[in-house]
Design a protein around this ligand. Structure first.
Ligand code: SF4
Length: 322
């Protein structure tokens, strides 16, 4: 395959699972009908490249720093919003080297306004040494109160999760959140359930993030099943995102009005603790904007940013008009 394409990458575990799950096949297998175009690595979909104070970081929100510890994952999701960096382009960089992790720690230590650091990627569990170095050092920084791990690795390669490392990370002095990116209940296999129970025993606060995906999870019953199972396992559903539109992901993007219809129905069915916030990452906005349900009358032409400014037409034209 042309190396400028967002490569197909799966694991033995996922290939086995794909034999009995169409959802897994759609999420992970390259589809030449839609994807035979070069990845647009010059694009900055969510203004992350222009908000990077030093290599491997994104700083868009007050008090928080995102650290992209690796630029690879155990497997490549076909709808990845960071495919301008993950799987192409920055593959040669691979992961942050120890000196780059130390530079991030120095940056955080010198800015007392930063109280929360989020390890992401790619996938931070692809860089376990970097992750431990980052968390061990940051836990000694007085003003850092919260550390977060955002990963999909346990759902892509559950047998390779290093539980001894997880125990050490959970035991750092900061409060540590562990966020699982999960999009379909078929991902909750017995192996994954065992990993989630072990992660709970380690002492992490477990949360989940998901993306609406046409043809994968775009129905009420599927999402009800997934959020209920997560809630019962002790994983608090946190966010469900609108899928970001880039050339190769258009087939997954849902009409936002349909997402609102599904979320409104789910709100009537789910316990409040099982119900995630429906959010949209608008490129020019300063935060993730909550999408209102049908339980209120609202005017999609009046979306405002966190500082009360109007968002440009270009940023909200994806919103429903009725
Ligand atoms: S695990 Fe996350 S970063 Fe990696 S390919 Fe999937 S969506 Fe992208």
């Amino acid at each position: 395959m042309d190396e400028t394409r967002f490569a197909e990458k799966t694991t033995t575990y996922l290939r086995d699972l794909a034999e009995r799950s169409e959802a897994i096949r759609k999420m992970y297998f390259f589809d030449p009908e839609f994807e035979d175009v070069p990845a647009d690595i010059g694009r900055d979909l969510l203004n992350e490249k222009v908000n990077s104070p030093l290599f491997g970081t994104v700083r868009k929100f007050d008090g928080r720093l995102l650290v992209l510890l690796s630029y690879t994952c155990a497997a490549n999701c076909r709808y990845c919003e960071r495919q301008d960096r993950v799987g192409v382009g920055l593959d040669r960089v691979g992961r942050l080297a120890p000196r780059q992790v130390d530079a991030v720690v120095d940056y955080v230590a010198n800015d007392p306004s930063l109280y929360e650091v989020i390890a992401s990627g790619g996938d931070p569990l692809i860089n376990p040494k970097g992750l431990e170095r980052l968390f061990t050092s940051l836990s000694r920084v007085e003003h850092v109160k919260v550390l977060r791990i955002h990963t999909r690795f346990p759902l892509q390669s559950p047998e390779r999760v290093d539980m001894a490392l997880m125990e050490r990370l959970a035991a750092t002095k900061s409060t540590v959140y562990f966020s699982l990116h999960i999009d379909h209940p078929d991902e909750l296999t017995p192996q994954v359930l065992a990993v989630i129970r072990d992660l709970r025993r380690c002492g992490f606060i477990l949360i989940s993030q998901s993306v609406f995906l046409k043809g994968v999870n775009d129905d009420i019953d599927t999402l009800q099943r997934m959020f209920t199972e997560l809630f019962q396992l002790g994983v608090r559903p946190y966010y469900i995102y609108h899928c970001q539109r880039i050339q190769t992901t258009e087939r997954f993007e849902m009409d936002l009005a349909e997402e609102v219809r599904i979320m409104s129905a789910l709100r009537e069915r789910l316990s409040g603790l099982a119900f995630p916030q429906h959010v949209i990452d608008l490129p020019s906005a300063r935060g993730k904007v909550l999408v209102p349900s049908h339980h209120w009358d609202w005017d999609p032409a009046k979306v405002r940013d966190f500082d009360d400014s109007s968002l440009s037409t270009a940023t909200w034209q994806i919103l429903p008009t009725s």
